[in-house]
Design a protein around this ligand. Structure first.
Ligand code: KPL
Length: 318
């Protein structure tokens, strides 16, 4: 008897939660791989009905490319998420928990979740809700901003560091897909020290540029040296209490390298305050503060920076 042709198995989806600058940048980098990968990508979006939407991308060398992306609206969540192998969470730190909770009831029980945001903290908040799903974490210093809702411009090359946090490792196939398409990306067996190192940079640069309304390069001035040193020193003490040894001198050196390399840029927190948007202060200096409180360590410099940013947020006129 002739055998029945087997039904083709559709490749599992890679779903992006968050179509902001970083979500769209990662979409373009992955979609560039090949047509098959591009057809596995989709965005989950509460705000739209399901649709195929043209997304514009301006590359670092000024080329403009348009790619079509599938946006899956609320009504079609369930099917898409049940077939998702990798969920890339690219929302702001303060949105991670709520965004993830809204999709977890539908998400495949063996999906792998990757959080990619500035700051730290959400990995601890979401951990109890994941059931059997595994979690990886990442940080990127690639620069991108949205010219409009569906047009992203890459503004700076940078490293993207990824690594496993809980549960099974990401499959080799997906790891290769990410690493060969996201610019200058690397995989690390121990991602937490790298997240703390990136946090040190953000702890020093982000609030000061927002408070003093200046580009990153201004912070090379002597008047900021003491605050930068003290805020990073507190972070090193807190990380040590969390069981992680970091080198203060190396972190300070790295902060000044980033100040120099991004001298003309306005930090993400500066931009948030400028546009009167909620900042990521709670996941940056606020995370240091929270861990300090857990260990009963005082962190007055981070406390002061958090208070100053909260005062700016309180003055927003909406
Ligand atoms: O990550 C950044 C940010 O702005 O959030 C830095 C590295 C400070 C670059 O501006």
């Amino acid at each position: 008897m002739p055998s029945r042709p087997s039904t083709p198995v559709s490749p599992k989806q890679i779903t992006i939660l968050g179509a902001g600058a970083i979500g769209q940048l990662i979409f373009h980098q992955l979609a560039e791989a090949n047509q098959q990968t591009a057809s596995r990508l989709n965005f989950i979006s509460k705000e739209t009905d399901s649709a195929v939407t043209p997304l514009k991308f301006t590359t670092l060398d000024g080329q403009q490319i348009t790619r079509h992306a599938k946006f899956v609206g609320l009504k079609d969540y369930a099917h898409e998420l049940a077939n998702t192998e990798l969920l890339l969470v690219c929302v702001k730190a303060y949105q991670v928990k709520a965004a993830l909770n809204s999709v977890l009831p539908y998400l495949s029980a063996d999906a792998h979740i990757l959080l990619l945001h500035n700051g730290m903290g959400p990995h601890l908040e979401v951990q109890p809700d994941l059931d059997s799903r595994s979690l990886s974490l990442g940080t990127t210093s690639q620069g991108a901003f949205r010219i409009d809702r569906y047009h992203v411009k890459q503004t700076g090359a940078g490293l993207t560091q990824l690594g496993a946090f809980i549960g099974a490792e990401l499959s080799e196939e997906l790891k290769t897909l990410l690493l060969s398409n996201i610019d200058r990306s690397t995989w690390h067996s121990d991602i937490l020290p790298l997240l703390w190192q990136k946090l040190a940079i953000n702890v020093a640069i982000n609030p000061l540029t927002a408070i003093h309304d200046c580009p990153n390069g201004e912070l090379a001035k002597i008047e900021y040296r003491d605050t930068i040193h003290k805020a990073v020193k507190e972070l090193v003490e807190v990380a040590a209490a969390d069981g992680l040894k970091l080198e203060l001198a190396l972190l300070i050196e790295r902060v000044y390298q980033v100040i120099e390399l991004t001298a003309q840029n306005f930090s993400s927190m500066h931009q948030d305050v400028y546009h009167q948007r909620q900042t990521e202060i709670d996941a940056i200096n606020g995370f240091v503060l929270k861990r300090a409180q857990t260990h009963q360590i005082s962190a007055p410099f981070n406390l002061r920076l958090v208070e100053q940013i909260k005062q700016l947020e309180a003055k927003y006129s909406y």
